[in-house]
Design a protein around this ligand. Sequence first.
Ligand SMILES: Nc1ncnc2c1ncn2[C@@H]1O[C@H](COP(=O)(O)OP(=O)(O)OP(=O)(O)O)[C@@H](O)[C@H]1O
Ligand SMILES: [Mg+2]
Length: 311
Amino acid sequence: MPPMVEITDVRKSYGDGFEALKGVSLDILDGEILALLGPNGAGKTTLISAICGLTQPTSGTVSVGGHDVVTEYRGARALVGLVPQEINLEPFERVMNTVRFSRGLFGKPRNDAMLEKILRQLSLWDKRDSRIMELSGGMKRRVLIAKALAHEPQVLFLDEPTAGVDVELRRDMWEIVAQLQNDGVTIILTTHYIEEAEAIADRIAVINKGDILLVEEKSALMTRLGQKELRIELQEPIDRVPDILAAWNMRLEQDGLVLVYSYDTTQDRTGIATLIREISDAGLILRDLQTRQNSLEDIFVGLVAEQEDAA
Ligand SMILES: Nc1ncnc2c1ncn2[C@@H]1O[C@H](COP(=O)(O)OP(=O)(O)OP(=O)(O)O)[C@@H](O)[C@H]1O
Ligand SMILES: [Mg+2]
């Protein structure tokens, strides 16, 4: 199956010449949840705006469901729903009307049964006759989702859906996203929260300063995260790892003072007890032990730091 969204070498410069996207290429697969993770100003909203046809790339192409977002704007736009980062609702308007209006904008025939289903799914049905200004912040966020879903899009973009949202609502939001995926919707969400990407994404893309630094299956990332390091500090430095310890594949750091052993925390047996005994049998004296677990945060921080170094 061709990708649902195809982004090819997209660059975006703003009026002042600032390049917010520096040649981004990314395929988004039908039915997946992709989390776009990156710090403030990374280019997340710009990228989403380019896919949704709200901003035109300076160069490069984007297609949605095979429709080019510039030359076949209407076909592409009909397939996407966008939940914007900023709440932009009419305070005096009522919930049901707001959502109905969004559907109408796409030239779709009125279908209140469909809108009822959406409002119920988002626990907004009881509020259908409330004015927007009578809703809490979290409810307003859900109205934004209802509006984005009103024309039955195949691809939903959620730009920071849980920024400033409490823990409970965040979990509700995750559940809603999972339900939508079950209904066959492809979902792209941006977030600063690593735990959010961990919780719901099938794939994670990291973006910083307009460059995609990594795109990987979450499960593969998690396997990498299952790696732990045991750092063994010795009383006296050594020149090389003694032959009788060769099977452990350790490396030597800090001028021979620290032996580093990497192991997989998901394995039943890590062998650490045996290793310590063998080190002692090799005549080495331990001074200190430390373990270090990789996290998505380490990977993220490491990637961003590498990019800074390269610049
Ligand atoms: N309309 C604009 N004119 C000029 N520069 C812009 C415009 N919109 C965004 N930028 C710049 O482009 C860069 C990327 O902005 P963008 O909004 O895409 O970041 P983001 O990853 O969504 O950040 P955040 O996490 O804060 O929402 C920033 O440096 C921003 O200042
Ligand atoms: Mg943004």
